[in-house]
Design a protein around this ligand. Structure first.
Ligand SMILES: Nc1ncnc2c1ncn2[C@@H]1O[C@H](COP(=O)(O)OP(=O)(O)OP(=O)(O)O)[C@@H](O)[C@H]1O
Ligand SMILES: CC(C)(CO)[C@@H](O)C(=O)[O-]
Ligand code: BAL
Length: 319
């Protein structure tokens, strides 16, 4: 049975059985979230406990962003979480998470939080880390699951856990895509037909980049697709080091993230692909992986290419 909990007291009253696994979301749940919840269920096993948090965190939205219109679908969220294997859905009110009103003490994401997404959305990552820290305290998990789709968020959460000694293991889950390559996102539901068609250039650019072997060629190929894409306003396309999101230069070796952000109409979308240069990649992504969904849609030839055929660069799995 899946239970709905709305208060910190209700959470604290839960029995603790086996490994506790947490998936944090802002609701409007889709297949990407379901993959996180299923992966959490696998890690928790029958004995363990899966908690899904649903909370649209005002702190991580800028003044001109979509806090008010962000989709809220509580009944469908509960049903999806239950189907995917959640034991508990924690859906608190804003006053429950911020009982003292606007918090005076907040986390700072530091320099990594000012790059890429942080440059366009000042304060976003401070607000995100503040609520993730609070939700970690409230739910006290053994493991917490985050999507590779929000690669910079994932890197910052890993860094916060390391820097501030949170007793939790962070598990990354590969990006779930629609059949044509579009990364699943709650914000996709804002898109008109034309905007959705335009948005496909994000994943096309990433797959074009992933077919190349050197950092310079990867950047150039991705940029070329986006430059020619109609109906998209490009924010950034960047090849970065996943440890700190600084630029991966032409001599870069090891893991990298090819990240892109663009606007289709009024909707801002992000996407990325993890890549590996010059060496043995991490575990090669299993095309049907734990999420049951392909990390890249089909014939990019990229994820399937064995390292030996791409001596300088072989796409890798989520860090
Ligand atoms: N397509 C996806 N594949 C895998 N994980 C995902 C996907 N989309 C979101 N997630 C993960 O789900 C968690 C909750 O994300 P969130 O609720 O913000 O969903 P979202 O679809 O990213 O929404 P938004 O459109 O607001 O960015 C995060 O860890 C996020 O990385
Ligand atoms: C991690 C998170 C739930 C914090 O509000 C949010 O940023 C999200 O849904 O990715
Ligand atoms: N998925 C990241 C949360 C945000 O865009 O605010």
């Amino acid at each position: 049975m899946t239970v709905l909990v709305r208060t910190a007291t209700g959470l604290a009253a839960l029995d603790r059985t086996g490994r506790r696994c947490v998936v944090m979301t802002m609701g409007a749940l889709h297949d990407g979230h379901a993959a996180l919840i299923r992966t959490a269920r696998e890690h928790a096993g029958a004995e363990g406990q899966v908690i899904v948090t649903v909370f649209v965190n005002p702190l991580q939205f800028g003044a001109n962003e979509d806090l008010d219109r962000y989709p809220r679908t509580p009944d469908a969220d509960f049903a999806l979480a239950r189907e995917a294997g959640a034991d508990v859905v924690f859906a608190p009110a804003v006053e429950e998470v911020y009982p003292g009103g606007d918090p005076q003490v907040r986390l700072s994401a530091g320099p990594m939080g000012e790059r890429l997404e942080g440059a366009t959305r000042p304060g976003h990552f401070d607000g995100m880390l503040t609520v993730v820290a609070k939700l970690l305290h409230l739910t006290a998990p053994d493991l917490a699951f985050f999507g590779q789709k929000d690669a910079q968020q994932l890197a910052l959460i890993r860094r916060m856990v390391l820097d501030l000694n949170f007793p939790v293991e962070v598990v990354a889950v590969p990006t779930v895509r629609e059949a044509d390559g579009l990364a699943r996102s709650s914000r996709n539901r804002y898109l008109s037909r034309e905007e959705r068609a335009a948005a496909l250039a994000l994943s096309r650019a990433l797959f074009a980049g992933a077919r190349e072997r050197t950092p310079a060629a990867v950047r150039e190929a991705a940029h070329r697709v986006l430059k020619e894409a109609p109906g998209l306003e490009l924010d950034y396309v960047a090849l970065v080091d996943p440890a700190d999101f600084t630029d991966a230069g032409d001599g870069h070796r090891g893991d990298a993230v090819l990240a892109v952000a663009a606007r289709a109409g009024a909707t801002r979308l992000i996407d990325n692909l993890p890549l590996t240069f010059g060496g043995v990649p991490h575990d090669t992504p299993d095309a049907t992986g734990p999420t049951g969904a392909p990390d890249t849609p089909d014939a990019t030839g990229a994820t399937a290419a064995p390292a030996a055929q791409h001596p300088q660069h072989t796409p890798g799995a989520a860090p």
